[in-house]
Design a binder for this molecule. Structure first.
Ligand SMILES: [Zn+2]
Length: 179
């Protein structure tokens, strides 16, 4: 099953949100178009308790059930087959979709015979990266869809470095047109 994992496309991470990633809303139409090319569409949502050690490092964002934690209206969320809430504990950060989720992602994928994951979403340097690295560790093939991933870094050099690191770890990088 060709499987897309959309990471943390949520109001607080786009324009107007409490932890907005620059230009992150631009990945939404790309992701909407991508969805039609997949059999199984999964999404993670950062889903924090009101008080968590995570907010010592970050501004309050994506509190469970809040508007900030919702999918942006523009995202075709009706096409998502399963949502995984992450960061739901009050001691862990839960950057990765493989960590502290309501449904154990690795088992979910293995039960369905999924061996390859296509990743997109927000943000490259944290949740996309840690999800990609955990997926590789769990033995999944990983493809990063570059124009469907938003990054904090504004310097091209830093972005390139992040992708190189992920490539060295075993991830493939593609553009949405190649999917
Ligand atoms: Zn968070």
């Amino acid at each position: 099953m060709k499987t897309l994992l959309i990471i943390d496309v949520q109001n607080d991470f786009i324009k107007g949100g409490t932890l907005a990633v620059p230009e992150a809303e631009q990945v939404i139409p790309v992701i909407n178009e991508l969805m039609d090319k997949f059999d199984l569409i999964l999404a993670t949502q950062d889903w924090h308790p009101k008080e968590t050690a995570h907010f010592e490092e970050w501004p309050t964002h994506c509190v469970a059930g809040s508007r900030g934690a919702d999918f942006p209206e523009e995202l075709h969320k009706e096409k998502i087959n399963q949502i995984f809430y992450k960061g739901t504990g009050n001691r862990d950060d839960g950057y990765s979709g493989f960590e502290a989720t309501n449904i154990e992602l690795s088992n979910y994928l293995k039960e369905r015979g999924v061996s390859k994951l296509y990743l997109c979403g927000i943000a490259l340097e944290y949740c996309v990266k840690s999800t990609a690295l955990d997926a590789l560790k769990e033995g999944f093939e990983v493809v990063l869809i570059r124009d469907a991933i938003a990054n904090f870094a504004r310097e091209q050099e830093k972005i390139v470095q992040e992708y190189e690191e992920l490539q060295k770890a075993g991830a493939q990088i593609m553009s949405s047109h190649q999917i």
